[in-house]
Design a protein. Sequence first.
Length: 494
Amino acid sequence: MNFDVWCFMLDMYSNTSLQGYFTNAEDIKQTMLQLFGDISGEKILEPCFGEGAFLKGLIGVPRKIDAIDVDEKHFSSPPQIDFCNFIHLDFIDYHVNPDKYNKDIIATDYDGVICNPPYGLKFTQEYRKVIKNAFPEVYARESYGLFFYFSLLKLKPNGHYVFIIPDTFLSSRNLTFLRRFIVDFAAPEYILKFKSKRFESVNFGYGNLCIISGFKRKLGDEDIVKVIDENSIDRTLLQSLDSGVCIEGKKFRESVKEAWIFGRDYHQDDFSSDITLGDIADCKTGIYTGDNERFCGFDENNPPSRINGHPISLESIKVELDENEKKNGLIGTQRYVKFIRGGHRKPLEKTSHGLLWTPESIKFYATDKKARLQNRTFYFKKGLAVPMVTSGRISASLFDNAVFDQGVVGVFPKKEIYTAFLLIYLNSEFATKQKNLVAPGANNSANYLKKMKIPNFKSDDLNRAQKILEQAIIKGWDETDTIRKEFMNSLSAG
């Protein structure tokens, strides 16, 4: 490959750090090679060979291997592998811009493909447009999905594959196309989820990884997929292949649009209800100012541990606004409104943040390219704030007469009587479990939260929840821990 072509390849990325991670964890490598099986006499594709960990461990003697990589440093001393053809090539661009390449350099009849693709490559906006123009059905921001998609196109019918990828494809709405592609063209046989810390010192930016293996064919309704959720690090991944649950293909096909939430929690749903949070509440993402230092204030007498804004006196925050002030802004000494920011708050904790709410600042929020004045009709309404980023346990806090930022999801009950009930529920272990069933390991986005199931309830339950909240306001939230747990257990039992 000449220098000009190499420079062009780098120009397609918003940075030049090719974020591929070499499969140097022996347990992971051996598990993938075992799933790949004996490849004697087969024609194999490795579209991102890196340091050659898979190539050096293949079981059997293949007929031919095409080993591809975009990074030229891997060609200075490639591994010595029999029957291996090393190809310096950008695997994604080969498919996106086929006219630039010899189309015969990669075959279309491979017996098998094994790969640890790069995760999170940052394509430029211009190149993402090129990808979408060439393949409108794909999600152009996630490189591992593109590697999987293009690799399967190169397999012959019933060819086999093994990939290690982040588990976000199981639940991400953006990767719905990949779930649909898998059930239509890449029937999985094993899906093995595990923590990325098994890669030891490597920081992926993804909490959970997944080994997926299968065949290039349509997933049938009666096909069985072995799903393993391996959180333990006391046994090897190879040992875990004997555990897990068997899920029929029909379940995968039926849940392509929602999420694939199987594994240890499958068939362990606490609620028989078909009601979701989105049925009884609006879930919305709030404002982004575009310049937090300029517009976001915090209590000068109680600064946060992580400062992102400027100090203000709480007396400069106006609590009650008329409709004109909500719409057009404040004039005078009180120019701030209550502001709910991201991060955990206790359920009844008052905010110590303010947002500049003047006519000038509102105009900035509405017109600046970085700012987002989104879901404005929900500002100043009574609702619950659920932090977008969570350490694992979901939580919610009350707020009213306030603006909320994009670091939280505002949950706005469609009826006032639902408020206490949802506050108790969203601070319970049941809610955390339901959220994890919808999107394990992911942030609490509005789209995920509204899919959470909630328990069946009657009017008596709503009244009981209201009384519990009234006690919590008087005695303190922690003092009602026992009765809140009893309340949630009664709903689960019902």
